[in-house]
Ligand binder design. Structure first.
Ligand SMILES: [Zn+2]
Length: 519
């Protein structure tokens, strides 16, 4: 698997501490005391090297020294599956609009290709395109495992399918936080040997209200009581109704109004627990929805013998696995077969889709144009009036995005973002060191009430004290080491004047570095 990282971060040292120290050093050297200057130089170099080592590459403190996260704002990520970005303006949605006024809204979120539930939910919590996190569809075939995955089968709970990435709930826990998952895809799976600190196994029959009460109770508890500081919460609507009714149906108005009521229920529950001003709330979705038509159906049986290939996943983007030796025959049969579908050889899938570099992406991909459905034969479906999964450049595929809370700007509208950017944003809010990802904090920093500087990746606000602790510790250790070093040097110089006695000094310095700091 090729991991593509668009926003490579650089090592950040501690300039604010360093400037003062180097100034003092230069003054000292100008004063002519070379021994003191040499001592200070050594101490500074060592202390800053140690401090840099104790800090991670984004200026965050590393795990071994991670301090308590008491008092920091909590974060709740809520997904209403299939909530298209423009639903909020279709019927009165007072709760969504209240969140926009109290916080920030993004009008167009370009989600990950393919715009299906499992790939996009995993993108939101990893910051990775589907090709990088490995959940490339709601249904997949892995040639190395020689196994198939379906979100509706027990295979969805097998850790091996999820192991290509580490979701934020796991990373948060590894860095001292506690996470909670309620029905979010993958949040009841052991990923990298870790479950969320608190989670509920997926059960579609559990009401939204019950899910909210569970999550809000976790957010309200302290860490000692088993509470969480990061939660992911999922609800199946309006996706299900969007599929059944079609997004253009007037009946969808009722569904959207009901979702707004549900958001109102969450707001009230947070208020009742005194959490409303302490929790950062992000309300988004995996994808949008578009209207289908019975007249817009592409039947592959018309163009290709079923015996020549295996069909993977569902309309509107389908993987085609040709039988051995049949690749060209299958491709040629499909490529110009129907003007309402696009057929890609895997290595010709456009780079902008970031959907190429994974063995679970099939050798040929067929993508229906918006509103068209792919099937082998009409008799086998799909029988739906709405669907998603289409190209992520289509506005109809884009999800809603609103966010409010102490970390977010108030009454702010941003025109666009990429869904991969949500991950570094959430890491920043939680003060979690991000895993390598395809997102960029700099592209979404304007959503924050206290944005980090364009170059620094150090968390803002109350978290700024964390790096200075590491700096101080590094300085102290450096001072101790240099002092020890000078004692040895002085002793050695003294002993060298005595005949027949030779001492090395390597063992005096190196073991302290290697052993005590676990570098
Ligand atoms: Zn759906």
């Amino acid at each position: 698997m090729l991991l593509q990282i668009s926003d490579k971060r650089t090592v950040q040292d501690c300039p604010q501490g360093g400037v003062m120290s180097w100034t003092m050093l230069l003054a000292c050297l100008r004063g002519g005391d070379c021994r003191v200057g040499l001592f200070l130089t050594s101490a500074l170099v060592l202390s800053q090297a140690l401090a840099s080592t104790l800090l991670d590459h984004n200026g965050h403190q590393g795990h071994p020294l991670h301090s308590t996260r008491e008092g920091r704002p909590k974060l709740l990520l809520l997904s209403f599956d299939g909530f298209r970005w423009d639903y909020v303006d279709r019927v009165p949605t007072p709760n969504f609009h209240a969140l926009m006024e109290e916080g920030s809204k993004v009008e167009q979120v370009e989600n990950a290709y393919i715009t299906k539930t499992f790939p996009d939910h995993y993108t939101l919590v990893t910051g990775l395109h589907a090709e990088a996190h490995g959940i490339v569809g709601n249904e997949m075939y892995d040639p190395d495992l020689n196994a198939s995955f379906s979100m509706e089968e027990p295979s969805a709970y097998e850790p091996r399918w999820w192991a290509g990435a580490e979701p934020l709930w796991v990373t948060n826990q590894k860095q001292g936080g506690r996470s909670g998952g309620v029905m979010w895809p993958g949040a009841d799976v052991e990923i990298g040997g870790v479950y969320p600190s608190r989670y509920v196994a997926y059960n579609a029959s559990v009401s939204f209200e019950k899910r909210v009460e569970t999550m809000v109770s976790w957010l309200g508890e302290g860490p000692g009581q088993g509470g969480v500081d990061f939660g992911v919460l999922y609800w199946e609507e309006p996706d299900e109704s969007g599929h059944n009714l079609g997004p253009e149906s007037p009946l969808m108005d009722v569904v959207i109004a009901d979702i707004d009521d549900k958001l109102g229920f969450l707001r009230n529950e947070l208020r009742k627990k005194g959490l409303y001003e302490r929790v950062n709330l992000i309300v988004t979705s995996d994808h949008g929805m578009t209207q289908l038509s019975e007249d817009k159906v592409i039947e592959l049986d018309k163009y290709l013998d079923r015996e020549l290939y295996t069909w993977v996943d569902k309309s509107p983007v389908v993987g085609i696995l040709p039988r051995e030796g049949k690749f060209e025959e299958v491709y040629e049969a499909l490529v110009d077969a129907n003007p309402n579908m696009v057929v890609y050889k895997k290595d010709q899938i456009p780079e902008r889709l970031h959907y190429r570099h994974n063995r679970r992406i099939m050798p040929i991909i067929v993508e229906a144009k918006e509103g068209w459905s792919l099937t082998q034969n009409r008799s086998t479906g799909p029988h739906m009036l709405g669907n998603h999964g289409y190209n992520n450049s289509l506005p109809s595929m884009h999800p809603v995005f609103v966010a409010r809370g102490p970390s977010f700007r108030k009454n702010f509208i941003k025109s666009s973002m990429h869904s991969v950017d949500l991950y570094p944003l959430m890491c920043h809010i939680l003060s979690v060191r991000p895993r390598p990802n395809n997102g960029s904090l700099s592209r979404v920093r304007d959503l924050l009430s206290e944005p980090p500087s364009p170059t620094a990746h150090t968390p803002s606000g109350g978290r700024a004290q964390t790096p200075s602790y590491a700096t101080a510790l590094g300085a102290f250790l450096g001072f101790v080491m240099v002092t020890g070093f000078l004692i040895v040097v002085v002793k050695q110089v003294t002993l060298k004047q005595l005949p027949g006695k030779r001492l090395g000094n390597r063992e005096m310095v190196q073991p302290l570095l290697q052993k005590d700091l676990h570098l």
